[in-house]
Design a protein around this ligand. Structure first.
Ligand code: PBG
Length: 315
């Protein structure tokens, strides 16, 4: 049954569609032109003024959703610009929804780009204050929902972040805003290029006291189950390609939709090797996307979403 491409196609178990892909975008306040991200060739920090056109392109390619990351012009210890109704993400959501009402809009909910110290929560001394941070994250999510986000995605890895968001969304009447939980987000060197892109590197220490230890699979299972009980609508595993065992575990634990995040470092590794002619970018991307789906992911968050969608559409 492997003899010809038609026979192989007949018995192929897994497929990837453009609509399975989620495209992360970086939006920067106070900017007029797209600003290329050096460590992520092909990706840029976008000004609000370019979003309508960009959203139409993404929609025309059939990409399933966008995931918005904001770079505010103002940072302070209480991350006050994160829940500003006229903040960068809130304005981005309204702009995209006006241009492409049917394009699914997801938002990252974390304060690291909104605080000068770059940690994912507010600090008490040199430690992150979990419960005080929940309050900020909940307000941020409610402001995204009010601006029109379809899905909010808490990524700060505070305990009970899903419950905090769900409770606050419901209390404010946003019953239909879904929560995509970063359930198994590991403390990873694969996030390096993102921190340049989002200007969110911690100014001291690291994120190991809140993100997961990459040596631990049983802990990931506990956190996945916890997020299901807290009301998650989508479970996410992150990073992607080195964590397919966790994707498989998530698939076995739950019938909820599962997303895998092919993070910045994975993108940059492929781009760098392809630029040198060492790897065939299109083949590598289609192979890794298929591997995510084979492991059990329904959705894949990838910076390759636009290119992959055009390759898939022209297959
Ligand atoms: C915010 C956040 C990060 C990523 C997604 N949300 C950075 C981090 O946790 O350090 C990483 C995404 C990527 O590397 O592509 N906390």
């Amino acid at each position: 049954m492997r003899r010809t491409e038609s026979l192989r196609a007949l018995v192929r178990e897994t497929s990837v569609r453009a609509s399975d892909l989620i495209y992360p975008i970086f939006v920067r306040e106070g900017q007029t032109e797209p600003e290329p991200i050096a460590s992520m060739p092909g990706q840029s920090r976008l000004p609000i003024s370019s979003l309508a056109e960009e959203a139409k392109k993404i929609q025309d390619l059939g990409v399933g959703a966008v995931l918005i990351f904001g770079l505010p012009s103002h940072k302070d210890d209480q991350a006050s610009s994160s829940s500003d109704p006229n903040g960068v993400v809130q304005n981005a959501i309204r702009t995209i929804k006006a241009a492409t009402p049917d394009l699914v809009v997801m938002t990252d909910v974390c304060v690291c780009a909104y605080v000068p110290h770059g940690h994912c929560g507010v600090l008490k001394g040199h430690e992150v204050d979990n419960d005080a941070s929940l309050f900020l994250l909940a307000n941020m999510a409610v402001s995204h929902a009010a601006a029109g986000a379809d899905v909010v995605a808490p990524s700060s890895m505070m305990d009970e972040q899903v419950l905090a968001l769900r409770t606050a969304l419901n209390a404010n009447g946003f019953f239909n805003t879904a929560v995509m939980a970063y359930s198994a987000k590991f403390s990873s060197a694969f996030y390096g290029p993102f921190r340049e892109a989002a200007d969110s590197a911690p100014s001291f220490g690291d994120r190991a006291s809140y993100q997961h230890d990459y040596a631990n699979a049983r802990h990931a299972r506990r956190e996945l189950i916890q997020d299901i009980t807290e009301g998650a609508d989508i479970l996410m595993v992150k990073p992607g390609i080195a964590y397919l065992d966790i994707v498989l575990r998530a698939r076995e634990i739950s019938d909820l939709p599962i997303a895998a995040y092919a993070v910045s470092g994975e993108y940059s590794m492929i781009k760098a090797a392809a630029e040198r002619g060492w790897l065939d970018e299109k083949k590598i991307v289609l192979e890794t996307l298929t591997a995510f789906r084979r492991a059990g992911a329904d959705l894949i968050i990838t910076y390759h979403a636009k290119e992959a969608a055009s390759w898939l559409n022209n297959n």
